[in-house]
Structures are given as C-alpha cells and as structure tokens.
Design a protein around this ligand. Structure first.
Ligand code: B4P
Length: 190
C-alpha cells in the first residue's frame, strides 16, 4: 500500500495506525532520513542539507535506500510506504522493485487537505517538536514541490485506476475511520 499526501496531511499519523490495524510494516522515507540525520551517518549527512531546505533528497539516494529497505524480511508479505514515491522517477523505480519482488500494489491512497490547513498544522508541530523543516518559508516550499512534482505521481496512479482519495480534514480518529473504510472498499472490489 502507498500513502501519498502533501506535508502535514497526516501521512505519518495515519500510517502508524493503519500498519497496526493491518499488521503490515509502515516504512516512512522521512523517518529513515531523520534517523540517519540523528545518527550522523553518511546518508544522514547527505540528506540533511536537502531536508533543511525542504527539497527532495535526490532520487539516486532515495531510491537505493527504499530498495534496500523493501528487500528486508519484514516487507516480504506486504508493507505500507509513507512518503514514497514523490517523483515520477521514483514511481518508475518502485515499479521495478515490485516486479523484481513479484508483488503488486493493492491500495494507493491519497490524503487531501488544503494548503492553509497544512501550514497551520505544521506550524503547530514546529512549536511541539522543533523540526528543522517546519518553518513557514520551508513549509511553503515543500507544498510547492508537492504541487509541482508529487501531484504528477498522483495522476499516474489515477490513470492506472488504482488511486483512492480520502479527505484528511477532521479529527485524527475520523480520518483513520475514513482510511480504513477506503481500504475495505478497495479490497472488496478486487
Ligand atoms: P516526511 O517525513 O514525509 O514529512 P511530511 O511530508 O511533513 O509528512 P509527515 O508524515 O511528517 O507529516 P504528517 O503528514 O503525518 O518528509 C520529510 C522530508 O524528507 C521531505 O521534505 C524530504 O526532504 C525528505 N523525503 C522524504 N521522502 C522523500 C522522497 N520519497 N524523496 C525525496 N525526499 C524525501 O502530519 C504532520 C502534522 O499534522 C503532525 O503534527 C500531526 O500531528 C498533524 N496532524 C495529522 N493529522 C491531523 C488531523 N487530522 N488534524 C490535525 N492535525 C493533524
């Protein structure tokens, strides 16, 4: 399963709940990068400069990292990818990994919310966690990248007929209920 959405739409929040409910591993590229930044690994040192500016980490770095992670044992019987793919090149790369693993996507879910709500949520998070990419200018840049690059990813899955959209506005529990209901309806239609 893929969970796609603009920054602040609730991807990380919902991914955790869905992975518990479906008993599949949730893999967040953002979390893997942040872990590497914290540990000051070579990957983290490379990624930090892009993340702090709100830019995408280059596909060459991100794709290899995702490939390695998806080939681990706990992803053998299914996984939820949160925050990947974000570019058209990442979609192609993921298609290759899935072909190699003999797997296919069951659900591609897009969480939607308007920009003003997203900025407000992330500024609120900034107060609580102090994440270095949650300043207003960087948030606006991340939203710009979402609109100019990741919406093309969403269109690709829509063209393939595999996209399900879920309204991300509302209380966290309400959104979780919508997400689980959307997954159920995709499952029962297949
Ligand atoms: P991510 O970690 O994916 O950051 P994000 O887009 O802000 O999403 P996040 O999961 O943190 O926030 P969420 O929507 O859950 O990426 C960070 C950076 O890593 C990127 O900018 C990029 O540099 C790099 N990166 C990651 N993946 C990459 C890729 N594939 N290619 C290249 N670079 C990549 O929620 C945010 C906040 O909203 C939370 O505080 C939450 O409490 C709140 N919230 C959630 N649901 C809510 C609700 N219903 N109501 C109110 N608040 C809610």
């Amino acid at each position: 399963m893929l969970l796609i959405g603009p920054p602040g739409s609730g991807k990380g929040t919902q991914a955790e709940r869905v992975s518990e409910r479906l008993e599949i591993v949730a893999i967040s590229t953002g979390d893997i990068f942040r872990y590497n930044v914290k540990e000051q690994t070579p990957l983290g040192i490379e990624a930090k400069k892009f993340m702090d500016a709100g830019d995408f980490v280059p596909d060459s770095v991100t794709n290899n990292m995702v490939r390695d992670r998806l080939l681990e044992d706990d992803a053998a019987n299914g996984f939820l990818l949160d925050g990947y793919p974000r570019t058209v090149a990442q979609v192609e790369y993921l298609d290759g990994i899935l072909a190699e693993k003999g797997q296919q996507l069951d659900v591609v879910l897009q969480l939607t919310a308007d920009d003003d709500e997203l900025v407000a949520r992330l500024l609120n998070r900034a107060k609580e966690t102090g994440r270095s990419d949650d300043t207003e200018a960087v948030i606006r840049h991340r939203l710009h990248l979402y609109h100019t690059q990741t919406e093309a990813v969403v269109s690709q899955y829509a063209d393939r007929g595999t996209l399900t959209r879920v309204d991300g506005i509302g209380a966290v529990d309400e959104v979780t209920e919508r997400v689980l209901a959307a997954i159920e309806s995709v499952k029962s239609a297949s």
